[in-house]
Design a protein around this ligand. Structure first.
Ligand code: SAH
Length: 272
């Protein structure tokens, strides 16, 4: 029997509490005599303008999740989190209309937010680790590469605790703002070099990296809990590009498996 996935969250409402557009307000068309042009323009200016271009609606997120479901197995806990977290609030307003397309987007300083299908895939793999499968939660999570904070927010829905590290101060600050001052207390953002992990809170049941290097930092393996799983983009054989690397820990045994090709920004050392 699989335990029910833990769905948490403070700032983002549970999707089931929201209704699809038009579900409550019945639209009614009233025929009126045509108004003079200047009056029509004034009326139009006074009309309520929808904020977020309709992106605040749960329906756009549901459509994205349905597309992801149709393409591959998106773990139910991941789908649920993606239905709750408003991706358009994590990207610049000029890019918001593209937020629910399956595309990566720039987040500043040469970094990108990964496309939803890649995020869904990585989180689903993480959720298929033995400990997460048994408990129904990602448990204590270490995320390397906070970026704009979108994936951090998803992890916040699926985990008991999330510690996310970012090496670029402006992005660390941006993620803090995006997640909101009232973000749930189980999400912690750290400005630092994620290659070192974060020993004070180790061990972690789940470790996920959003930037790819050519070696696996020893600190990540040391800080992975027994029964835990790590997912990271990693350079494959010379010149072959990045692939997803999965490491499962059982005691002192670290079992590695390589998955599909991916394209992530580089994992760098130090802070800026
Ligand atoms: N999942 C993120 C994507 C961020 S892009 C999102 O939802 O926005 C990858 C991020 O990893 C970048 O912000 C980059 O600065 C960061 N990064 C690269 N090397 C790092 C390191 N050693 N420690 C912490 N963050 C790192």
């Amino acid at each position: 029997m699989t335990a029910k996935p833990a769905v948490r969250g403070a700032r983002f409402p549970a999707v089931l509490e929201q209704s699809a557009p038009g579900a409550t307000a019945k639209s009614k068309t009233t025929l009126r005599p045509q108004a003079p042009l200047h009056q029509a323009a004034r009326d139009a200016g006074q009309q309520h303008r929808p904020t977020g271009l309709g992106l605040d609606s749960a329906a756009v997120r549901l459509a994205l999740v349905q597309r992801l479901r149709a393409e591959f197995l998106c773990h139910e806990a991941v789908c649920q989190a993606m239905r709750v977290v408003p991706r358009h609030q994590f990207v610049d307003s000029g890019l918001a209309t593209q937020a629910y397309e399956d595309t990566s987007l720039p987040i500043g300083l040469g970094q990108t937010i990964s496309k939803p299908s890649v995020v869904a895939r990585m989180l689903s793999i993480l959720h298929e680790g033995s400990r997460a499968r048994a408990s129904g939660t990602l448990g204590r999570v270490l995320e390397i590469g906070t970026g704009c904070g979108y994936q951090t927010a998803l992890l916040g829905q699926m985990a008991q605790r999330v510690l996310s590290i970012e090496r670029l101060k402006p992005l660390h600050d941006k993620a803090r703002a995006n997640l909101g001052e009232h973000r749930a207390g189980h999400i912690r953002l750290v400005y630092g070099d994620g290659r070192l992990g974060h020993p004070p809170n180790a061990p972690y049941d789940s470790i996920i990296a959003a930037a790819g290097g050519s070696d696996l930092p020893a600190a990540w393996l040391e800080q992975l809990a027994d029964g835990g799983r790590l997912v990271a983009p990693m350079e494959g054989r010379a010149g072959s590009g990045q692939v997803l690397l999965v490491v499962d820990r059982q005691g002192d045994d670290f079992r590695r498996s390589l998955h599909e090709a991916v394209h992530f920004v580089p994992l760098k050392s130090g802070i800026e």
